[in-house]
Design a protein around this ligand. Structure first.
Ligand code: ZN
Ligand code: ZN
Length: 415
């Protein structure tokens, strides 16, 4: 296939998949929710595909990108929990950063310096597992800005975000020691803010007209929260993980977009995922939110668009999830897949799937790079150094080439 026809085929597949996953209806209060089934045929010329890094946001627009919608064990189609919120004022936020989501984030082609804020709903691996990769790997992708992290306290200090981040930095001490002296490592700094898990609707972030509040969630242990982001008259609510609770019911009402976990029906947890019946009941209704419970929650929330995530969303599971949600909720609904994109304005919520470019390279740095801080070099032992074969006949010409191109006079470390 030519690359053009390959691209067209990929777009057709993306549109077909996306069309199957969105159910919307007009709502007088809400403004229009544009379902792909309608727009894909009506506006073929525009193709309902989002191409990252090709669209600027309107000044009053919010874009939400699903970067992880699946389970703790990522699979090619769905990584674990991660949601990117981009605002028309240029601000960007990550809510959860679960295992497998980093490559989806890279596919958004956003300079890493612009993604410096991460909020954890709780400390399960499917909500924070790709943080080390994004944090340290990001320093090789031109992030020169410290990474800021917000997360809840626990019932006791050892269950809190600060403790987890302290230990993570200790865990990666070898990685950090290899980088600090050889690249501009400012992006390796971590700025951690722990907030009280039991604070109810208290502001945890307020900058540039953006307010983020946390509410307690009921999931796992004390120390799980949900988030509400408000900006410019738009309201985004994100459950992370929780069973239905009074705080969500009270504080997320009338959200423009409400993203809430919606687990697989318990019977499918048994038949498809291998859970024992009691495990399925415990996990599927008492630790997580079943589709029927999700519908009840959204009937209370009454968002302009309800978004369910946190299940393996396939051709055979999705109809059963919808059937059960529809027992308790008849409003606008999308069941999320990775790369689903929501453009939210006062007038419309547009839902598309994102095209994926697999050959991602880092965006150029936004800041000027500093030379590496050589005082941070941790040297090899004489033993390891004694093993080096320096091949000066090929290495010196490589240095000569760079020195000539960039008017420098660098010399090889190993001679
Ligand atoms: Zn969890
Ligand atoms: Zn989870």
């Amino acid at each position: 296939m030519s690359s053009a026809s390959k691209g067209a085929a990929a777009i057709a597949v993306v549109v077909a998949i996306a069309a199957g996953y969105l159910w919307g209806r007009s709502d007088e209060r809400a403004g229009r929710v544009a379902p792909l089934t309608e727009t894909a045929s009506a506006k073929k010329a525009e193709l309902d595909v989002y191409y990252p890094a090709t669209e600027s946001l309107g000044r009053n627009e919010m874009r939400v990108v699903a970067l992880g919608t699946g389970m703790p064990s990522p699979r090619p189609k769905q990584a674990a929990a991660c949601w990117l919120v981009e605002l028309g004022n240029g601000e960007k936020f990550l809510f959860d950063i679960g295992a497998g989501c980093h490559e989806r984030l890279a596919a958004q082609k956003i300079p890493y310096d612009l993604i410096d804020k991460v909020f954890f709903g709780h400390l399960h691996v499917d909500h924070m597992g790709d943080l080390p990769s994004f944090w340290l790997g990001g320093t090789t992708m031109n992030r020169l800005t410290p990474l800021r992290v917000w997360g809840p306290s626990g019932g006791t200090p050892e269950y809190g975000t600060k403790h987890a981040m302290d230990l993570m930095q200790q865990m990666y001490v070898w990685d950090i020691a290899t980088r600090g002296g050889v690249i501009d490592f400012r992006g390796g700094q971590l700025d951690v803010t722990e907030f009280a898990f039991d604070a109810v609707n208290e502001v945890i972030y307020e900058e540039k007209g953006v307010t983020i509040r946390s509410i307690p969630a009921v999931h796992g242990l004390d120390g799980a929260v949900s988030f509400i982001l408000e900006w410019n008259g738009l309201k985004f609510a994100y459950s992370s993980d929780t069973i239905p609770n009074k705080w969500w019911a009270e504080h997320t009402k009338d959200a423009d977009i409400a993203i809430h976990e919606c687990f697989l029906p318990t019977v499918l947890l048994v038949t498809k995922q291998g859970f024992a019946p009691l495990e399925a009941l415990n996990v599927g209704t008492q630790g997580h939110t079943s589709p029927e419970q999700f519908g009840k929650v959204m009937s209370m929330t009454k968002p302009r668009l309800a978004v369910g995530y946190h299940f393996f969303n396939d051709f055979d599971t999705q109809p059963e999830v919808i059937r059960r949600v529809r027992k308790t909720y008849d409003g606008p609904l999308a069941l999320a897949l990775d790369y689903m994109v929501f453009n939210v304005t006062k007038d419309e919520i547009r839902v598309r799937m994102s095209a994926v470019d697999e050959e991602i390279w880092p965006s150029p740095p936004i800041k000027k790079k500093n030379p590496p801080d050589t005082s941070k070099v941790v040297p090899f032992s004489d033993f390891t150094k004694s093993g080096v074969i320096p091949y000066p006949d090929v290495v010196q010409p490589i240095y000569d080439e760079i020195n000539e191109l960039y008017d420098t006079d660098y010399e090889p470390i190993f001679k």
